[in-house]
Write a protein that binds this ligand. Structure first.
Ligand code: TXA
Ligand code: MG
Length: 330
């Protein structure tokens, strides 16, 4: 069976050309796409998502050559990364050409570009021919969808191209190269170590060079949050925290990645996550969606290691925990 249905792709292109918004799969998460050259369509993406106008969108293009239609300058470091990682889970922020809509860039003079690898996204972009402005297909502040069912749950009635579950399950890594020097704006599916290798010793600036794992508490936007309040708990404090909360009548679920016998004997619902960071990242959003469906009062997530391989996972968990400790529900 052909995994990319060409009639579905043609219909989708017709809709995009007519100014419609639709969801499509990428290898990271599902996107909510609109013609990036059509301000009315892009406005619909913002209103559908409930996203503030100053949060820019990523423009998805078919290939490296198309990047020149959006970026006014492509430094050598960007060319290296494009050649190595496109198509793939890397977004590059570059100086924007004047004609790129400031609606897409959130009023900035830079534009975020990405060439996705998912076969449905590739077929869609090839047939469409232009750029698709596409944020993750979730309402603002909610966790990103990693399968078509999540998108349908968020946006009933929206056209969704179903491409199955996403292979990375975590958003792309965003690197700014507006001045040629790489700066990580968002850790993601492409590991920092892999980027570093490709850049051959060139320094990469992270949000906090001394410790890439957590961001400064309090500065985290309320992003990527499940419905169920989430707490990150060190392994050796899990038992006491979990039993204290359940004694108060709080319905607790524990998300662990260690397979230790002490944990296994906890008399509470426990959900096992993969012990390796990439596999953990792939599973995280899908698991949070499942746990939201079950409807616990609190998720206690065993703290992952603080090392660099866990950068993206720690980032998303910290944001999810922060959203709730601020009392921000979106
Ligand atoms: O994996 C992904 O990147 C997914 C799939 C659908 O491609 N997209 C995604 O989009 O995660 P979104 O809108 O949820 O996140 C895009 C991020 C935002 O944090 C936004 O602030 C940043 O990209 N961004 C976009 N344009 C930017 C720019 N010109 N300068 C700085 N950051 C930018
Ligand atoms: Mg998003």
């Amino acid at each position: 069976m052909n995994s990319v249905d060409s009639q579905r792709i043609r219909d989708a292109v017709d809709r995009l050309q007519a100014g419609d918004v639709l969801a499509f799969p990428t290898e990271t998460v599902y996107g909510l796409g609109a013609n990036a050259r059509d301000d009315d369509a892009v406005s619909r993406v913002f209103s559908l998502k409930g996203r503030p106008a100053n949060h820019p969108l990523i423009v998805h293009v078919a290939n490296q050559e198309a990047a020149g239609q959006w970026a006014s300058a492509i430094p050598a470091s960007a060319r290296v990364l494009m050649a190595r990682f496109w198509p793939g889970p890397l977004t590059l922020v570059l100086p924007a050409r004047d004609e790129v809509s400031r609606l897409v860039t959130g009023g900035q003079d830079s534009v975020a570009l990405r060439v996705p690898r998912h076969p449905v996204a590739k077929a869609l972009l090839a047939a469409f021919g232009g750029g698709l402005a596409a944020p993750s297909a979730n309402p603002f502040g909610r966790i990103s969808p990693t399968d078509a069912g999540h998108v349908r749950g968020y946006f009933p009635g929206l056209t969704v191209l179903d491409g199955g579950p996403c292979s990375y399950g975590l958003e792309s890594t965003i690197v700014s190269l507006t001045d040629g020097r790489p700066r990580i704006l968002r850790p993601g599916a492409l590991p920092l170590a892999t980027l570093r290798q490709a850049l051959d010793g060139m320094a990469i600036e992270t949000a906090d060079a001394s410790d890439p794992s957590p961001r400064v508490p309090g500065s985290l936007p309320a992003h990527y949050a499940p419905d169920t309040p989430l707490e990150i708990v060190p392994f050796d404090q899990m038992r006491i925290r979990a039993t204290t909360l359940s004694a108060q009548g709080v319905r607790v679920a524990v998300l662990r990645h260690h397979r230790g016998p002490r944990q296994a004997s906890l008399p509470l619902p426990q959900f096992l996550m993969p012990a390796a960071p990439v596999a953990y990242g792939r599973r995280l959003y899908a698991r949070l969606h499942e746990l939201d469906e079950i409807g616990f009062d609190r998720l206690l997530v065993e703290a992952p290691p603080r090392d660099e391989a866990w950068y993206a996972v720690n980032d998303r968990l910290a944001r999810a925990a922060q959203a709730h400790s601020n009392g921000v529900e979106s």
